[in-house]
Design a protein around this ligand. Structure first.
Ligand code: GCU
Length: 397
């Protein structure tokens, strides 16, 4: 028995050490965050200061997009041969007559290879078209976007959005790239096989963002939708994709990133919660191969996530956290948002964000840079959505 106990002890000691070596032991202690230096958002790679929006738009912003393409999310293919769509189902009396439902199959073809994105869209009936739309990148179950509304969920509270006068849409990430370490190739990547071998080739997160842009291509053809007011929304891994989509595709009018954490809205150089090694190990199919160079090597990153947020400026941006979701580093997310607001200032937008994160359930929406830390767990809830709606309405005024 004694022998067994010492054997078991040794076994667990080795296991813990191995986990620590893999960087899997997350730090949740603010006092243990090592000192770090972030790349200056307002200095070009050749060290020139960025003092106005012209230099930002001509030099620094394109540089930042290239840095993220090369090191993190991979290249986003811009060209395709054809985009067509079929309305598979339409119901002008959906939600008890409040909305028109459209189920649309969007087909994109490249090199004779087709890909279909299945969009669920509700447009409010009492509004004169065209209307702004919230588009969710759905990374959870398809039951969250039930077109029949037999199943309702706060992850995509379509009735609430319709009641507030906006259209609401969603597509599922599996149409673009199944969220699986091997099956992710069975989607968009079949249309762009060169991406599979390139070190800076996109993987699942890039594919989901690409999908959001194709839905936007469709919205430009749908007269019920105001394609200049498309708001992209994502939760967690979906929130990483909503940021990348909005940063790259400047047609998105607004971006909502909910509990997006590591390689989403949170700073990577700051060692708190999830790390780059952990995310690249457990989700090797999310980011470009090049990103693995930064496993346990955050200091070498020529970028950080505040630069991604800034690439969305001056378009409104809203980030969130949940108080119990330390894995996603609420403080590191808030700092990132605050740093990004410097770029909004180049456009005359005074965010005036306080130095410290706001209290729980105290949303900040006084400028185009919004933030809240909701009470509770890692999730996308009615509370989050009600703030998104409020923020959007303020911003469109
Ligand atoms: C994991 C992952 C996170 C991600 C989250 C989610 O926790 O480590 O990076 O955001 O899943 O998508 O819910």
């Amino acid at each position: 028995m004694k022998q067994f106990r010492s054997f078991a002890f040794l076994f667990f000691a080795i296991l813990i050490k191995a986990q620590a070596q893999n960087g899997f032991q997350a730090n949740y202690d603010e006092a243990k965050v090592p000192a770090y230096t972030l790349p200056d958002i307002l200095k070009t790679t050749t060290n020139q200061p960025v003092q106005n929006k012209k230099t930002w738009e001509k030099v620094r912003r394109p540089e930042i997009i290239r840095l993220f393409e090369e090191n993190v999310y991979g290249q986003t293919p811009k060209s395709y041969d054809r985009l067509t769509y079929t309305v598979k189902n339409e119901n002008a009396q959906a939600m008890g007559g409040k909305a028109t439902l459209k189920e649309v199959a969007i087909e994109v073809v490249k090199n004779n290879k087709p890909l279909t994105i299945n969009l669920v869209l509700f447009v409010p009936n009492q509004k004169k078209s065209p209307v702004p739309v919230f588009l969710l990148i759905n990374n959870r179950g398809k039951d969250n976007m039930d077109p029949t509304r037999a199943q309702k969920s706060d992850f995509w509270p379509a009735e609430m959005v319709i009641d507030s006068g906006y259209a609401v849409a969603a597509f599922h990430v599996s149409d673009l790239a199944p969220d699986d370490t091997t099956k992710y190739v069975n989607g968009v990547l079949q249309l762009y096989p060169e991406q599979l071998t390139a070190n800076d080739g996109m993987k699942a997160i890039g594919a989901w963002a690409w999908g959001a842009s194709r839905v936007l291509d469709y919205f430009e053809k749908d007269k019920a939708i105001d394609a200049k007011k498309v708001m992209v929304v994502g939760h967690s891994r979906g929130g990483k994709a909503s940021l990348w989509a909005a940063a790259e595709d400047q047609r998105f009018a607004m971006c909502f990133t909910n509990c997006s954490g590591n390689t989403g809205a949170a700073l990577s150089h700051r060692r708190f919660g999830e790390t780059i090694r952990r995310i690249n190990t457990v989700f090797p199919h999310w980011f470009a191969k090049n990103y693995k160079k930064y496993n346990d090597n955050e200091a070498a990153l020529p970028l950080d996530q505040h630069m991604l947020l800034a690439a969305i400026a001056p378009r409104p941006l809203y980030a969130t956290n949940a108080s119990k979701d330390l894995w996603a580093d609420p403080t590191g997310t808030y700092l990132s948002v605050k740093l990004a607001s410097k770029v909004y200032e180049l456009y005359g937008i005074k965010a005036n964000l306080p130095a410290n994160p706001p209290g729980i359930n105290q949303p900040i929406m006084t400028s185009s840079v919004g933030y809240h830390n909701r009470e509770g767990e890692h999730n996308l809830t009615a509370y989050d959505w009600s703030n998104f709606i409020k923020f959007a309405t303020d911003q469109f005024k």
